[in-house]
Design a protein around this ligand. Structure first.
Ligand code: AMP
Length: 447
């Protein structure tokens, strides 16, 4: 029996990686335009970092972490999210002395033992962005606008809704939880089993339960916005007014409390109607106090995580997988030796070329050219070689013409729309023994 991938863990296949690269490039471009710098973090950390950073009562820490003892007996955990590790690095490397806010981004796999379903995996990928050391509500608005600009860059702006909320400071939230539990207790029998358990453990989570039975109760729950201190209420008002100033549309959603314990004041989420139950594409919030809790200075912070699998799902299949431009088909080893340096020169010119290895018959190689979807095939057999030429075949029309081998690399680069510099097609060392350097030099073109 062949061994399969672990449940909830998937391969990202070559047919999908074009979309991933586009998403990653849009992230880099957008975040860097706002002055964020990339930081790369380890995939595992000491378990206590997450227990302290995310909160011992959260679903993540209680039920979802991949925790193990290493051979030295230390308890380690595959990171379930990136913020705790990023803040650990912020403290460890003394970032607090840099001009504030310190703007950092990172991306990579996260690990959570959740029930796998469409859009939910046990290894998944996030891009994370954090602005550290600045408490001004303008930062909250700027971070949120940057997130929406990332989606705009991918052409997804229209399909997403931005929800914002404030969950107040720690004291506000404690007061609200008392009011919420007072309201929920008499309705406990109408809640799902999971929510009945949450009532004692983490009542805020009842607010984002998706079970239909819970909805009538949840909809009438008191609003956390009524429990905000004057300072927290003012902060939220400023965030909203800055969002208005920047022309960013949003919905205020008082039930938006998010699953992590560390949030205070601003929280936000980006949702789509196009992915079924797993409708959250990105989420984040402010976490003033967390850096201190992890042993660092009293610097505030705000950030978000984008679920990259869900962004890629939204992009659909429109993205064509990238194809090689040309297949070079040598018939026999002498022809292979003439085409090898040509292939290398074409590739150095930035054009994707595939090379046959001389042992297959022409019909099979042409079939391969069709399957690869190349625009051109170059064929060289004994006759062509004797004349110093190769056949250039346009696959779509079947039209063929002869081209001097010496001119091939430049011709292919020109056809692909990539002008070719003399350097890139006549590098020292590209011409093996027995092949004249002119064979791959653009000089050959003008001769
Ligand atoms: P969180 O770190 O829980 O705030 O999640 C931030 C974003 O990561 C969510 O909005 C999702 O898009 C994505 N995400 C969270 N958990 C998973 C998962 N198990 N599989 C795929 N994406 C996820």
């Amino acid at each position: 029996m062949a061994i399969k991938a672990v449940r909830g863990v998937r391969d990202i296949l070559p047919s999908e990686t074009g979309k991933w690269q586009r998403v990653e490039a849009a992230g880099r471009k957008t975040f860097e335009a706002y002055g964020y710098r990339e930081i790369r973090l380890p995939l595992f950390e000491r378990t206590e970092l997450f227990a302290r950073g995310i909160g011992g009562e959260t679903d993540i820490v209680k039920k979802e972490m991949y925790t193990f003892d290493d051979r030295g007996g230390d308890s380690l955990t595959l990171r379930p999210e990136a913020t705790a590790g990023l803040l650990r690095a912020y403290i460890e490397h003394g970032f607090q002395v840099e001009p504030k806010p310190v703007r950092l981004y990172t991306a990579g796999p996260m690990f959570r033992y959740e029930r796998p379903q469409a859009g939910r995996y046990r290894q998944f990928h996030q891009a994370n962005v954090e602005a550290l050391g600045e408490v001004n509500p303008a930062v909250d608005a700027e971070v949120i606008c940057m997130l929406m600009d990332f989606f705009f860059a991918l052409g997804l702006g229209e399909r997403l809704a931005l929800h914002v909320n404030s969950i107040g400071d720690v004291g506000d939230r404690a007061g609200y939880i008392v009011r919420l539990v007072d309201y929920l207790r008499p309705h406990a029998a109408a809640l799902c089993g999971e929510c009945q358990a949450r009532l004692g453990r983490n009542p805020l989570r009842v607010l984002d339960c998706k079970v239909p039975d819970c909805q009538p109760v949840v909809e009438k729950a008191p609003s956390i916005l009524d429990s905000l201190s004057p300072e927290a209420a003012k902060h939220f008002e400023s965030v909203r007014s800055y969002l208005d100033t920047m022309g960013q549309a949003y919905t205020v959603t008082p039930r938006l409390v998010r699953g992590l314990d560390y949030y205070v004041r601003t929280t936000f989420e980006v949702k789509t109607a196009d992915l079924g139950a797993q409708d959250a594409v990105a989420g984040g919030g402010r976490y003033d106090g967390l850096i201190e809790r992890l042993g660092g200075p009293a610097d505030p912070g705000i950030g978000f995580a984008i679920g990259l699998e869900r962004v890629v799902l939204l992009l659909g299949d429109a993205e064509a997988a990238s194809r090689p431009f040309v297949l070079l088909i040598p018939l026999g080893d002498p022809a292979l030796q003439r085409l090898m340096p040509v292939a290398r020169a074409v590739r150095r010119g930035g054009v994707t070329a595939e090379l046959g290895y001389g042992a297959r018959k022409l019909p099979r190689e042409l079939e391969r050219a069709n399957r690869l979807g190349v625009a051109y095939a170059v064929i060289a057999g004994e006759n062509e070689l004797a004349a110093g030429e190769a056949v250039l075949r346009e696959m779509k029309t079947g039209e063929q013409r002869r081209v001097p081998i010496a001119a091939l690399a430049a011709e292919l680069c020109a056809l692909s729309g990539r002008g070719v510099s003399p350097k890139s097609v006549s590098p020292e060392g590209v011409s093996p023994k027995g092949v004249s350097p002119k064979g791959v030099s653009p000089k050959g073109v003008s001769q």
